[in-house]
Ligand binder design. Structure first.
Ligand SMILES: [Zn+2]
Ligand SMILES: [Zn+2]
Ligand SMILES: [Zn+2]
Length: 253
């Protein structure tokens, strides 16, 4: 299995439009963060976790030629707005792209992409999406996927554990049952927005490090980072085994 980080930024992306702060003006490419998503390749299968607002650009950059399924974490705009752009894959593959998510997440997709599900004549460029509710662990194209719950403040988000790899974003808190389910994981991907101040729906770096301490994975990568975090400074400040992710980072399993 190969995991490519397509985007590691918070909902605005970095640089933030119109911002002149030092991270937004930085020449370090690792400070340029598209909206967050990862691409998983496994024995010919191609799976996304979330379809970000920047998905089209990400697919072009990484030469994504196939998408079988998208595992959605929740239905906030930055995580779903790329779903429409999966239609080119559905047409080329002559099959529906499977969209996995909790019933609540799928309801959100149905509202946002109403035209994909409405009873209207064919002819436009409608995305072809097959909704698949996630209610427990499932097998997907040779991978065993275990969903876990995260607390996003105002809503529940879904994290995904695939063998030794676990991906959890947009959490403010990680419930005890999820900490338990993540035990023994090799590689944890976790959201960390900024150092301070605290945020009502996203963990700070300190809060994320407390989760790392509880789970004790071999290595951890932070995602969903804001323009308050400079890559090099953060990388130097984090404890051993913890690093900021960056757009284009590839992990092999
Ligand atoms: Zn988000
Ligand atoms: Zn900025
Ligand atoms: Zn969110």
């Amino acid at each position: 299995m190969r995991v490519t980080f397509l985007g590691t930024g918070t909902s605005t992306g970095v640089p933030v439009v119109g911002c002149g702060c030092r991270v937004c003006r930085s020449q370090d490419p690792r400070n340029r963060r598209l909206r967050q998503s990862v691409w998983i390749e496994h024995e010919g299968a191609s799976i996304l976790i979330d379809a970000s607002s920047d998905f089209r650009a990400q697919a072009l950059t990484h030469n994504i030629r196939r998408v079988d399924a998208v595992l959605f974490t929740h239905h906030h705009a930055d995580h779903i707005f790329g779903l429409d752009d999966t239609r080119v894959f559905a047409y080329r593959q002559r099959s529906f792209v499977k969209a996995y998510g909790t019933p609540e997440t799928l309801e959100g997709l149905k509202k946002t992409f109403w035209y994909a599900f409405a009873d209207i004549p064919e002819g436009g460029g409608r995305p072809k999406i097959a909704l698949v509710p996630v209610t427990g662990p499932f097998d997907l194209l040779g991978l065993h996927v275990v969903p876990v719950e995260g607390d996003h403040g105002s809503m529940t988000v879904t994290g995904y554990r695939i063998d030794g790899f676990a991906y959890l974003t947009d959490c403010k808190r990680v419930p005890p049952a999820t900490l338990e389910a993540l035990k023994g994981v090799d590689t944890l991907v976790l959201n960390a927005l900024r150092y301070t101040p605290e945020h009502p729906t996203h963990m700070t770096v300190g809060e994320a490090l407390a989760v790392v301490e509880a789970v004790r994975p071999r290595r951890t990568f932070f995602i969903h980072m804001g323009h308050e975090l400079d890559f090099e400074e953060l990388a130097a400040a984090l404890p051993e085994g913890v690093a900021p992710a960056y757009d284009g980072l590839v992990l092999e399993f």
